[in-house]
Design a protein around this ligand. Structure first.
Ligand SMILES: CC(=O)N[C@H]1[C@@H](OP(=O)(O)OP(=O)(O)OC[C@H]2O[C@@H](n3ccc(=O)[nH]c3=O)[C@H](O)[C@@H]2O)O[C@H](CO)[C@@H](O)[C@@H]1O
Ligand SMILES: C=C(OP(=O)(O)O)C(=O)O
Length: 430
């Protein structure tokens, strides 16, 4: 087990290239199950979530080949079968829930353990199940695994009670080969949903309205293989943009779609960060003293919940009081105690964090409880006096490709070390 060490006070400068989007990749891999010939995905991020999903595709009989170019995978689905995946790897990540929609869509049946992923408070999947049932599946929960069975899937009109990324994609996966027309109302509009629909359309699916809150799908008999290039990761791009505002001189974020980050960029400009954008790049140059702002997370195109934790770290150095409210995951506050350990002045009132600054953060031993808490602590470490030691790197590795290398190339002093037995025990008991 490793820890990350961050020595603060080395300003970031240079260019960082953004990888493919985690939240697209984790849906595109299971979507390949629906094809009857090879699906090639290009631009996949090198993260553990992708490795886990590729291993799950092999568990159900698929064959997976990497390369020859970096970040490309060829998924051969011809020998896949509806193998039960009750536990094991499915618990390592959230997106294993996409095996439900994809396997139901392909085989009319699936047995999948309940998903893992970041613990952000309760993360129910009732809307996914409501969608599968509307399409004609019988869904039962037996000893922690979801059993899905259908004689045949038939298109239906499904209104999502909660705008959900996962449910929207999962219902699309189950519906693309169902008989007749499916309408998903109150659908989520995140760019990753559009990316998944683009892949499915290249496979021969008939999907209209993605990117709006009503998606219409006309079921087709079969789906074929294709080649697809994934979109850049807006959350990784947002994380480095926030890091640049927190600890940068002049940083270029390369391979980004600036329109995907409008809510973040607007807030950073309000704080006094100078940002220029072009087709695929952002240029960030922060002022010496930034002003606090309030943020409220909302579904896309609102401020993303996945950037709330990194943004909270930035607020510790801004002048005034900033209120952070997460309306998607009201309990996504586990980074706060760790930031306090580093001298941050943050109060929690209800589901809001009230951050008063500017304070000089101090390096400390901290624990990443989840993926974006990890990113928040790395950003805090870049701003802090002294060395910050971060444990819980398995969370960071789920979603950030080569974070240590990317930050080092920007001039940060960041490295990994093997943890001692004593440190592992302390980490596990904390
Ligand atoms: C793998 C992946 O893409 N993960 C992202 C996805 O997670 P995920 O797909 O799990 O998030 P959802 O969009 O589904 O969740 C949004 C809200 O709806 C609630 N809800 C969701 C489904 C459901 O059946 N019932 C229900 O009540 C959730 O508790 C949450 O409050 O979107 C989240 C919100 O942008 C992001 O933080 C995650 O990074
Ligand atoms: C919450 C996240 O991931 P997951 O849904 O995969 O747990 C995230 O990417 O911030």
């Amino acid at each position: 087990m490793q820890k990350m060490l961050v020595e603060g006070g080395h300003p970031l400068q240079g260019t960082v290239r953004i990888s493919g989007a985690k939240n697209s990749a984790v849906a595109l891999l299971p979507a390949a199950i629906l094809a009857d010939s090879t699906v090639t995905l290009e631009g996949l991020p090198s993260i553990s979530d992708v490795q886990t999903l590729a291993a799950l595709l092999e568990e159900i009989g698929g064959s997976v080949e990497w390369g020859p170019q970096d970040h490309a995978i060829h998924i051969h689905p011809e020998r896949m079968v509806s193998m039960p995946l009750p536990n094991g790897k499915v618990k390592k990540l959230r997106a294993s829930y996409y095996f439900m929609g994809a396997m139901l869509g392909k085989f009319n049946q699936a047995v999948i353990g309940l998903p893992g992923g970041c613990y952000l408070g309760p993360r129910p999947i009732d809307q996914h199940i409501k969608g599968f049932e509307a399409l004609g599946a019988e869904v039962t929960n037996e000893q922690g695994a979801i059993y899905l069975r259908a004689k045949e899937l038939r298109g239906a009109r499904i209104y999502l009670d909660v705008v959900s990324v996962g449910a929207t994609i999962n219902i699309m996966l189950a519906a693309v080969k169902a008989k007749g027309k499916t309408v998903i109302e109150n659908a989520a509009k995140e760019p990753e949903i559009i990316d998944v629909a683009t892949l499915l359309t290249s496979m021969g699916a008939n999907i209209k309205g993605v990117g709006t809150d009503v998606i219409r799908i006309e079921g087709v008999e079969s789906l074929h293989g294709c080649r697809h290039t994934i979109i850049p990761d807006r959350i990784e791009a947002g994380t480095y943009t926030i890091a640049a505002a927190a600890a940068g001189k002049e940083v270029v974020i390369d391979n980004v779609i600036p329109q995907h980050l409008e809510s973040l960029l607007a807030k950073l400009r309000e704080m006094g960060v100078m940002i220029e954008d072009s087709d695929e790049q952002l240029f960030i140059a922060p002022k010496k003293q930034l002003q606090s702002v309030d943020i409220k997370t909302l579904v896309y195109p609102g401020f993303p919940t996945d950037l709330q934790q990194p943004f909270t770290s930035l607020l510790t150095k801004t002048a005034g009081t900033g209120v952070v409210t997460d309306t998607i995951y009201s309990a996504r506050l586990k980074h706060i105690d760790e930031l306090r350990r580093m001298n941050a002045n943050i109060k929690i009132e209800g589901s809001s964090a009230i951050v008063t600054g500017p304070v000089k953060l101090q390096g400390a031993r901290v624990k990443a409880s989840d993926l974006r808490a990890g990113a928040a602590l790395v950003i805090a470490g870049l701003m802090a006096d002294g060395i910050t030691e971060i444990t819980g790197l398995e969370h960071i590795d789920r979603g950030y490709e080569d974070m240590t290398e990317k930050l080092t190339s920007l001039g940060a002093k960041v490295w990994r070390e093997k943890m001692t037995e004593k440190e592992i025990a302390q980490h596990q008991n904390s």
